[in-house]
Design a protein around this ligand. Structure first.
Ligand code: HEM
Length: 91
């Protein structure tokens, strides 16, 4: 992991779900896949199903053998932070 990497919250990830600005989390790593979308062998529409979210399950369902770590090593934004449930305390 070279360069500046950030920690990404689910809320931040969700902001990047448009065709001209797509982030996607797979296996805990957040990728900026904006420039990859036109090269995706499964097409842009399929890839967009995972836009702005944790797409690990979608990814694994279709092609868990695809080596995303090497393919998209230049597109790493950072790591996905775990989301915590905010406790609602009884009064
Ligand atoms: C096909 C990469 C995300 C759906 C492929 C293939 C690659 C690839 C390399 C060709 C696989 C092969 O022929 O063995 C990626 C990468 C992704 C990504 C790097 C993450 C950025 C997704 C997501 C979906 C998806 C989120 C949504 C379900 C598909 C489908 C195919 C495909 C449907 C076509 C399978 C077929 O026709 O045989 N992808 N993919 N991909 N991908 Fe993705």
């Amino acid at each position: 992991l070279k360069g500046r990497k950030i920690e990404v919250t689910i809320e931040e990830l969700q902001k990047h779900s448009q065709i001209d600005d797509i982030w996607m989390a797979i296996k805990g790593v957040v990728y900026n896949v904006t420039s990859y979308v036109e090269y995706h062998p499964g097409g842009a529409d399929e890839l967009l199903r995972g836009a702005g979210k944790d797409a690990t399950d979608l990814f694994n369902e279709v092609h868990r053998w695809v080596n995303i770590e090497s393919m998209l090593s230049k597109c790493v934004v950072g790591k996905l932070l775990p989301s915590f449930i905010k406790p609602v305390l009884p009064s």
